[in-house]
Write a protein that binds this ligand. Structure first.
Ligand SMILES: C[S@@+](CC[C@H](N)C(=O)[O-])C[C@H]1O[C@@H](n2cnc3c(N)ncnc32)[C@H](O)[C@@H]1O
Length: 223
């Protein structure tokens, strides 16, 4: 599914979110804090926007790696890094559930709009935590649903009725990726429920930062 939508993924991200996705990633980088001189890993990196945002924020001495299991997404990420002359960001093919890194390697481990797609959320969280250094941070940026009832109703209408039509028209794919998106967001644990999953994965002081009336949330925990 991700291979099919890869060529139009960035365009649709920016169009369907009216460009707000860029701000969500930049805010994630700011809230993530300092990686304490350790490398940064962005899992399910897709076309590389969050990894590249980390690269811009931190000095080149800190290594930034983006990992994804979808080759067409990675190919776009690599081209983008080359175009932006960000040669020191490395993109690798890897499964979020079996990351090819030893325990306690990264100062920051992030995943944006990716964990929801991983087949086992808890195993995914444990794997992100495993590769993070003690005292490092695990960050999960995800779509959520607004809490204000009227806004939630309006948003659901856009999310379920409008977004899939635009998505499907612009990024033709056999697997209805843009129907899958709202369905998967409705199913994914949100707020307190997700914070409890983070704690169960071994993360301390899990916190949620709501963005844009709650349509996205950054979850952050300390290993
Ligand atoms: C919605 S995209 C998000 C991409 C990017 N993080 C962003 O912010 O735009 C989800 C990405 O997760 C990747 N993905 C899903 N399951 C994965 C897994 N088990 N291991 C590695 N990547 C995975 C997909 O290939 C896809 O590129």
């Amino acid at each position: 599914m991700f291979a099919e939508i890869a060529p139009r993924y960035d365009l649709l991200n920016h169009l369907l979110s009216m460009g707000i996705d860029i701000r969500w990633r930049n805010r994630t980088v700011r809230l993530a804090g300092d990686p304490a001189g350790q490398p940064i890993l962005d899992v399910c990196c897709g076309t590389g926007d969050l990894a590249l945002a980390f690269r811009r924020e931190h000095p080149a001495a800190v290594g930034v790696i983006g990992a994804d299991f979808c080759r067409p997404m990675l190919a776009i990420a690599k081209r983008k890094a080359a175009r932006l002359k960000q040669a020191s960001v490395y993109f690798i093919e890897a499964d979020a559930l079996h990351l090819p890194f030893p325990d306690n390697t990264f100062g920051l481990v992030s995943v944006a709009f990716g964990l929801r797609n991983v087949s086992d959320t808890d195993a995914g969280l444990r794997e992100l935590t495993r590769v993070c250094i003690p005292g490092g941070r695990v960050l999960v940026l995800e779509f959520t649903l607004p809490r204000i009832p009227l806004l939630a109703q309006l948003y659901r209408w856009y999310f379920h009725r409008i977004l899939p039509r635009i998505g499907q028209a612009l990024a033709r794919n056999r697997q209805s990726a843009y129907n899958y998106l709202p369905a998967s967001v409705e199913e994914f644990p949100q707020g307190e429920a997700f914070l409890q999953r983070m704690a169960a994965a071994g993360l301390r002081q899990p916190k949620a930062f709501s963005m844009t009336f709650g349509i996205a949330t950054l979850y952050c925990g300390i290993k």
